[in-house]
Ligand binder design. Structure first.
Ligand code: NAI
Length: 333
C-alpha cells in the first residue's frame, strides 16, 4: 500500500459527484492499492447536503478511503491534490444567453485556477467536466500559470463511450470489441463523433468499422446525430441530465491518464491544441490521444476525409468563438 494521494471533486454535492465519489473511493480510478484522501468542494449553501454525502461515504466502509475533507474553501479543497475533477459549474438557466453562461463560468474557473496554482501539486492532473468544459479548462489553465498547460483537460469521454456503445449495438458485438472511436472538437452539439478510424473484432479478427457497418450514410448521419443528441435524449427521458454515465466517463478518463492506454489503442480527451490536424493552436480541442507515463500525445496520421474536414472546421470555429468571448471576460475582470 502506497501513501494516500489527495483527490478533489468539485460540485461534490451534485448528481454526477454522487456516482463519481463512490467509483473513485472504491479504486476504479487509481487502482486497488492506492489509498486516497477525498477533498469535497462545493458552495456554502450546499454544505448541509455535503454532510450527507460524507456520512454515506463513511457508511460505504471503503478500505481505500483514508480521509474525507468537505469544504467550501477552494484553498482547502485544492491543497496538495494530485488529481482534480472539476465537476461543479454554473448551469444554464432559462433565458440565459451563452455569453452570460460563459461569464458566470469564467468567474468560477478563475477562482479554481488560482486556487490550483497556489495550492495543488505542480503535476496535478485536472479534468474539467462542468460545462462549457473545453473553454472552462482553458480559463482554468490561464489562471494557473505555474502548472503545465498539458495538465488541463476537458471531458469528451462520455461522448466516446456513447459512440462506442452505438457501434457495438449496431454490429451486435460486445462493447470491448469496438476500439478507437474518436470524438473531435467541442463537448457540444458541434462535436464530430468519428467511427471511420475505428476497428471492431468480429469472429476473432479485427475489421475496420467502415467495412463492418458497410453503410457510410449511417456513419455520416444517423450515428453522428445520435451521439451529438444523446445528452438531450437522456434529459428528455430522465428529466435530469446524464449523471451515472458522466461519472463513469470521468473515471475512465482519469484512470487512463494515470495508468496509460493499451498498445495500439487511443482515447479522446479535450487537450490544448498544438495545431495538429489543422486545428488552431491553444484551443482545448478533443483529439485522439495515447498515454504513457502520465503524458498524453495526440495520435498523428489518421485519415480525415472531406466530410470529416468540414466537421472539424465547424467545431473548431465554435471553440475559437467561445474562447474569444471567455478571454474578453477575463480581460475585463
Ligand atoms: P448538479 O447541478 O447536480 O451539481 C453541480 C454542483 O456543483 C452543485 O452541487 C453546485 O452547488 C456545485 N457548484 C456550483 N458552483 C460551484 C463552485 N464554484 N464550486 C464548487 N461547486 C460548485 O450538476 P451535475 O449533473 O452534477 O453536472 C455538473 C456539470 O457537469 C454541469 O455543468 C453539466 O453540464 C456537466 N456535464 C458535463 C458532461 C461532459 O460530458 N463533459 C456530461 C454531463 C454533465
Amino acid at each position: 500500500m502506497s501513501e494516500p494521494i489527495r483527490v478533489v471533486v468539485t460540485g461534490a454535492a451534485g448528481q454526477i459527484a454522487y456516482s463519481l465519489l463512490y467509483m473513485i473511493a472504491k479504486g476504479d480510478v487509481f487502482g486497488p492499492n492506492q489509498k486516497l484522501i477525498l477533498h469535497l468542494l462545493d458552495i456554502p449553501p450546499m454544505m448541509g447536503v455535503l454532510e450527507g454525502v460524507v456520512m454515506e461515504l463513511a457508511d460505504c466502509a471503503l478500505p481505500l478511503l483514508a480521509g474525507v475533507i468537505p469544504t467550501a474553501d477552494p484553498a482547502v479543497g485544492f491543497k496538495d491534490v494530485a488529481a482534480a475533477f472539476l465537476v461543479g459549474a454554473m448551469p444554464r438557466k432559462q433565458g440565459m444567453e451563452r455569453k452570460d453562461l460563459l461569464s458566470a463560468n469564467v468567474k468560477i474557473f478563475k477562482v479554481q485556477g488560482e486556487a490550483l496554482n497556489n495550492n495543488a501539486k505542480k503535476d496535478v492532473k485536472v479534468l474539467v467536466v462542468g460545462n462549457p468544459a473545453n473553454t472552462n479548462a482553458l480559463v482554468c489553465s490561464h489562471y494557473a500559470p505555474s502548472i503545465p498547460k498539458e495538465n488541463f483537460t476537458a471531458m469528451t469521454r462520455l461522448d466516446q463511450n456513447r459512440a462506442q456503445s452505438q457501434i457495438a449495438a449496431r454490429l451486435g458485438v460486445g462493447i470491448s470489441k469496438v476500439k478507437n472511436i474518436i470524438i473531435w472538437g467541442n463537448h457540444s452539439s458541434t462535436q464530430y463523433p468519428d467511427a471511420k478510424n475505428g476497428t471492431v473484432e468480429i469472429d476473432g479478427s479485427p475489421k475496420s468499422v467502415v467495412e463492418a457497418v458497410a453503410n457510410n450514410d449511417y456513419l455520416n448521419a444517423e450515428f453522428v446525430e445520435t451521439v451529438q443528441k444523446r445528452g438531450a435524449a437522456v434529459i428528455n427521458a430522465r428529466k435530469m441530465s446524464s449523471a451515472m454515465s458522466a461519472a463513469k466517463a470521468a473515471s475512465d478518463h482519469m484512470r487512463d491518464w494515470f495508468a496509460g492506454t493499451k498498445d495500439g489503442e487511443y482515447v479522446s480527451m479535450g487537450v490544448v491544441s498544438d495545431g495538429s490536424y489543422g486545428i488552431p493552436k491553444d484551443v482545448v480541442f478533443s483529439f485522439p490521444v495515447q498515454i504513457q507515463n502520465g503524458q498524453w500525445k495526440i495520435v498523428q496520421g489518421l485519415s480525415i476525409d472531406d466530410f470529416a474536414r468540414g466537421k472539424l472546421d465547424i467545431t473548431a470555429k465554435e471553440l475559437l468563438e467561445e474562447n474569444e468571448e471567455a478571454m474578453a471576460v477575463c480581460a475585463s475582470d
